[in-house]
Design a protein around this ligand. Structure first.
Ligand SMILES: Nc1ncnc2c1ncn2[C@@H]1O[C@H](COP(=O)(O)OP(=O)(O)OP(=O)(O)O)[C@@H](O)[C@H]1O
Ligand SMILES: O=C(O)c1ccc[n+]([C@@H]2O[C@H](COP(=O)([O-])O)[C@@H](O)[C@H]2O)c1
Length: 201
């Protein structure tokens, strides 16, 4: 099936963006995607399969392989597996968000990530711009809840945090706005799967 770089999105829609290496995709990604769709009341959720995390030294498996594996594991009518960052030529999240917001000025994008990424978020390029321009949903991850809550980004933006009980407000909230969800956790990681040899060619 032909997949367009810019799929049609109706004005006013809410779209969660889960950026990741997905090298390989696993049940943890599936679980947080289902939880985010429900708890943030999203119309769609895109898995943005990155050409390569700018903070990771080793390049991931090919885009084609990761996209295919993602489509096999995540079968949900509201979830789209996207290679749009490769098409746009963007690598940094702030850059990707700028491009998407320009192309879809009336769509409400929500950046989604696991708690481990919130812990290191202050090392991302233009991280304040990200928090200032789109709502951010953070999903609990085993072993990372405390470090995430005490992280520089969480502390600096603490007054903009929306309580989990009001998570349905996040997508349409005025930015900055972020919300930490204590979803049921799945202890899966791509590193672990690669170590076990569960993703070799
Ligand atoms: N088990 C999990 N629980 C919660 N969030 C997760 C989980 N696994 C991945 N995520 C989140 O999903 C996004 C994409 O993750 P990624 O593709 O890097 O998987 P990973 O298992 O963290 O990979 P790696 O071990 O190679 O770093 C990130 O925001 C990450 O925090
Ligand atoms: O923009 C950045 O500086 C930046 C730094 C680290 C990670 N990211 C993005 O965060 C997402 C999660 O990456 P990963 O490798 O933990 O799955 C993915 O979309 C990366 O492109 C982005």
């Amino acid at each position: 099936m032909m997949r367009h770089a810019y799929p049609y999105l109706a004005p006013g829609m809410t779209v969660g963006l889960l950026g990741g290496s997905f090298d390989p995709p696993h049940e943890g990604h599936v679980q947080i995607s289902r939880a985010a769709l429900k708890r943030f009341g999203l119309d769609q959720l895109w898995w943005l399969v990155t050409p390569g995390n700018p903070l990771k030294e080793n390049p991931p498996a090919s885009m084609a392989r990761r996209v295919q594996a993602a489509r096999e594991i995540m079968d949900h009518p509201k979830v789209r597996i996207s290679d749009i960052e490769a098409r746009l030529g963007t690598r940094y999240t702030a850059q990707t968000l700028r491009a998407l917001r320009k192309s879809y000025p009336r769509v409400r994008f929500v950046w989604l990530m696991g708690a481990d990424n919130l812990a290191h978020f202050h090392r991302w390029k233009d991280w304040r711009e990200i928090l200032d321009s789109v709502p951010v949903g953070v999903l609990a991850r085993p072993g990372e809840r405390i470090s995430a809550r005490l992280s520089p980004a969480a502390r600096i933006y603490s007054r903009y945090r929306i309580p989990a009980a009001q998570s349905q407000r996040l997508a349409r909230a005025e930015t900055p706005a972020w919300c930490f969800l204590n979803v049921p956790m799945i202890d899966a990681s791509s590193t672990e799967i690669r170590k076990r040899g569960g993703w070799s060619e």
